[in-house]
Design a protein around this ligand. Structure first.
Ligand SMILES: [Zn+2]
Length: 225
């Protein structure tokens, strides 16, 4: 990869989308490190930030989030527009996941913020269940394991703390079904919107982390040319 190619990719505004458990977070982190892009936090992370809770928007949204409701698109759009302009003052490009994720956000982000690419990590639904239902976390140090993909040394016990691992509430089968249902309702119209705009990059997410990353890089470099 030449410096010119690298600079070009760094100048892009790239958003990752994919089913829960598709590995978006991991890839976003690698792209950010490789290209030095600005990392935009997801609305969920913004809304949980204590400093944000003190702002006028935070005082409206905070209680809604605590009640388990979704913030209205209009508010999320304004909050994210402000966040992005604050974080990208020094450079224009960024990487993000989690925004935009509904059609109302997709249209706004495309017109008011400017998105170059929506990168869609495709992982089949049965693989999502396998990935999420086998995930175990340590309640003490938050280390993450997987029954088959990343087992702990001693079955069900944290390597670091030697205490029993647990399954997160939202990784239980009913919760996974619910997360997928919400995902289909919101993400599919978003994906279609960017596809029609010629801004969709489809990636086969059902490969090792390194291969997924390589496919992303290859496809981005194709777009530079
Ligand atoms: Zn632990």
């Amino acid at each position: 990869m030449t410096d010119t190619e690298k600079q070009k990719v760094k100048s892009w505004r790239m958003v990752f989308i994919g089913r829960p458990g598709s590995g978006k977070g991991t890839q976003v982190e690698r792209i950010q490190k490789e290209f030095g892009s600005v990392l935009i936090p997801s609305p969920g992370n913004v809304y949980r930030d204590p400093a944000f809770r003190e702002t006028p928007w935070g005082k409206i949204v905070g209680p809604m989030i605590d009640r388990g409701e979704f913030a209205p698109n209009e508010i999320t759009n304004q909050v994210m527009k402000e966040k992005i302009s604050e974080l990208t003052r020094e450079q224009i490009g960024f990487v993000s996941e989690g925004y935009p994720r509904t059609l109302g956000q997709a249209e706004f982000a495309d017109q008011e913020i400017g998105i170059d690419w929506l990168i869609n990590l495709n992982v089949p639904e049965d693989k999502i269940f396998e990935r999420l239902s086998g995930r175990l976390v340590c309640p003490q140090c938050s280390s993450s394991y997987h029954l088959t993909l990343k087992p702990s040394k001693q079955n069900g016990i944290c390597d670091i703390c030697a205490i029993r691992l647990v399954q997160r509430e939202d990784d239980k089968p009913e919760a996974v079904k619910n997360r997928l249902r919400v995902y289909y309702e919101t993400a599919e119209p978003t994906i279609d919107y960017y596809r029609q705009k010629g801004k969709l990059i489809d990636i086969d997410g059902d490969q090792s982390i390194d291969y997924v990353y390589k496919e992303i890089i290859d496809k981005l470099l194709e777009k530079v040319k």
